[in-house]
Write a protein that binds this ligand. Structure first.
Ligand code: FEO
Length: 397
């Protein structure tokens, strides 16, 4: 069956971006999709558009079903430009007088992006409904998930939730639906997406899921704006979000480090081996070999995070600053932390890392381990002790 058909009268006219590898700092090693949906009923509705360079492709995709000029209205669930980049051209093509339905914050944000008075913006609020003829669409504002303007649209009769960025994955592999991809692969992409985009809003995710459950919305299909759509088992992704938003620490450690002359790396290796010796899963991530978006995906559900940095110019290594800045913004919670590193003469790195750990609200599991120049066997013993201490704390979670 054609993968663009969501159900009778609802089509995914979005595009696949096979080439993108960096989505504003997020490594998208399998590209992404910008899903957009066409509802062909008595009224014809386009829901969201795509990133600007794909405008012609979107128009061609729409033309497979209808003449785009016949579109009666556009729904903008989210202003970010991967979903509105094509909007000005689409509106010019279909007629700028046609309404664009959006949230109140959506109106403000669309005006900020494209200018006041350019479009016929009509605001909708949670619970409001419109009819397209045989289909009813209702709206649910999802403020700060992940922008102030974000909202969901629900197709009542077809029981389809159009969830904008929520439940998305940056993935443009062969699958279009959840029954065409392994659960493990889908969840890996979805978890990375959650960790890098929605993590700081976990409290709101929890509340939203509860609100949706309280509303007793029947959901047969979830159509996010990125990646695969969920028609086989929409509960799978909802339950995954329920778990991720709790940010429960698992018995897993992540060791994030960089090294100048291998000393800090050797310390990291000893710590990792000591943790692993207690059958505690541990991931070792060199900041110049692992992408920040993959590091945060591992950090998101771990119980302990250790940072290792040599002292460079009285400071931590620049690549450590990158991941720490990123992590501080994404606010992963409920962890213990510790720092280690080699130094030559001044040795500030461990103290600076400790400050980061405390600023992120983590329990400092150890005062930190500093080694001058090159670790010897007694230093390795201290590394092993640190690793065992972390393992013990995780065992007792
Ligand atoms: Fe996919 Fe927030 O844009």
């Amino acid at each position: 069956m054609d993968n663009t058909i969501v159900c009778k009268g609802i089509y995914n006219v979005g595009v696949r971006d096979f080439e993108i590898r960096d989505f504003h700092g997020y490594s998208t090693y399998q590209g992404t999709t910008y899903n957009a949906f066409l509802i062909v009923d008595e009224k014809i509705v386009l829901m969201d558009t795509v990133k600007k360079p794909f405008t012609e492709k979107l128009l061609n995709n729409i033309k497979k079903f209808v003449d785009p000029k016949k579109i009666d209205m556009v729904i903008s669930n989210h202003t970010e430009m991967d979903h509105t980049g094509a909007l000005p051209h689409i509106m010019h093509y279909i007629g700028e007088e046609k309404p664009i339905l959006c949230s109140k914050a959506g109106k403000k944000n669309l005006e900020a992006h494209f200018g006041k008075g350019k479009f016929n913006l009509q605001t909708v609020s949670s619970g409001e409904e419109i009819s397209t003829g045989t289909k009813t669409l209702s709206f649910l504002e999802t403020r700060m998930l992940h922008w102030p303007d974000s909202m969901f649209t629900y197709a009542k009769e077809d029981k389809i939730l159009f969830s904008s960025d929520a439940f998305g994955q940056h993935y443009s592999g062969p699958a279009a639906f959840d029954d065409q991809i392994s659960e493990e692969e889908m969840l890996n992409h979805a978890k990375k997406y959650y960790a890098n985009i929605l993590l700081p809003f976990s409290g709101l995710v929890k509340k939203l899921i509860k609100d949706v459950e309280d509303m007793k919305l029947e959901i047969n299909t979830i159509c996010p704006d990125h990646g695969v759509m969920f028609r086989k088992d929409p509960l799978k992704i909802i339950n995954a979000y329920k778990e991720w938003c709790e940010q429960k620490p698992s018995k897993k450690a992540v060791v994030i480090y960089d090294s100048m002359w291998e000393s800090t790396r050797k310390m990291a290796d000893e710590i990792v081996d000591a943790i692993a010796s207690k059958n505690i899963p541990v991931v070792s991530m060199n900041t110049r070999k692992c992408h920040r978006s993959d590091i945060i995906t591992e950090v998101c559900d771990c119980g302990a995070v250790l940072f290792g940095s040599p002292t460079l110019n009285n400071n931590i290594f620049p690549a450590l600053s990158d991941i720490l800045t990123y992590m501080k913004g994404l606010k992963p919670k409920n962890k213990i932390g510790a720092a280690f590193g080699s130094y030559g003469w001044s040795g500030e790195a461990v103290g600076i890392l400790n400050s980061y750990i405390e600023e992120m609200g983590y329990e400092l599991a150890d005062p930190g381990l500093k080694v001058q120049y090159v670790p010897d066997e007694s230093d390795f013993e201290k590394c092993r002790e640190l690793g065992l201490k972390i393992a013990e704390k995780l065992e007792n979670l």
